[in-house]
Design a protein around this ligand. Sequence first.
Ligand SMILES: NC(=O)C1=CN([C@@H]2O[C@H](COP(=O)(O)OP(=O)(O)OC[C@H]3O[C@@H](n4cnc5c(N)ncnc54)[C@H](OP(=O)(O)O)[C@@H]3O)[C@@H](O)[C@H]2O)C=CC1
Ligand SMILES: C[C@H](O)[C@@H]1OC(=O)[C@H](O)[C@@H]1O
Length: 253
Amino acid sequence: MLLDGKTVLVTGASAGIGRAVAIGCAWHGANVALNFARDVAGAESAVAEIEKLGRKGVAIQGDVADPQTAKDFVAKAVDALGRVDVFVNNAGICPFHAFLDMPVETFERTMQVNLHGAYFMVQAAANQMVEQGDGGSIIAMSSISALVGGEYQTHYTPTKAGLHSLMQSVAIALGKHKIRCNSLFPGTILTDINKEDLADTKKREYMEGRIPLGRLGQPEDLVGPTVFLASDLAQYVTGASLLVDGGAYVNLQ
Ligand SMILES: NC(=O)C1=CN([C@@H]2O[C@H](COP(=O)(O)OP(=O)(O)OC[C@H]3O[C@@H](n4cnc5c(N)ncnc54)[C@H](OP(=O)(O)O)[C@@H]3O)[C@@H](O)[C@H]2O)C=CC1
Ligand SMILES: C[C@H](O)[C@@H]1OC(=O)[C@H](O)[C@@H]1O
């Protein structure tokens, strides 16, 4: 199995993409520690799924916007599972809002969760990998939004571009430690984050119509790309990004 014997940490894994990726990594052989903020039942059921696959799973609660959460998550994951081979920075929010009257708190919270939180999480995971001395893989759940704009996402798209920029810089900083750092760029994936936005049938049909593969994404669509970047199949891939969008980005006209 591609992730046999590896320990994977995933942030924001009580629901959506993070949950699918955590369970998917276990399916491919990994033990998994998952971070979440509020959804205890979601996190516990993800651990139950991981254990059903015969792997170890542990759920650790913490708000990634607090820099201390990063140190605590990595320390508790190492206590429970022994080490960190793969770190998936996935936790994120996207409270859709117009630009001209964006509340300061919405802007700041989005930055703190999506970008500041990622910075300290990646730093904590990288320090653990450096201490272990045998490399690792860091994967950021960035977005197609790192490449394109969104009218109601002016606070969000910069966090996704920033996340990819962080991966590019840490790929250089951590290369000497054999730690690879890459970004995934999901397109529109059906999860709670956009449930309300896509409840608008006209918008949903427009979005679907833009996708050459003919459908919006499901959280499970991110499992294969994550496992690839996590595994030794990607041993010479670092500082890279991979679009997982059914072809939406290239469909201009
Ligand atoms: N869905 C999409 O179309 C796309 C999503 N992405 C990115 O993928 C990632 C996952 O999104 P998605 O699965 O759709 O979203 P969901 O809303 O379905 O899930 C978000 C997850 O993040 C957790 N989370 C939210 N805030 C925090 C926090 N402060 N600290 C720790 N955990 C937190 C939630 O946990 P809890 O509920 O327990 O708080 C939940 O487990 C995000 O970074 C998003 O930007 C990128 C491109 C497209
Ligand atoms: C939440 C949105 O539906 C989703 O988030 C992203 O990053 C994608 O670009 C979509 O806009």
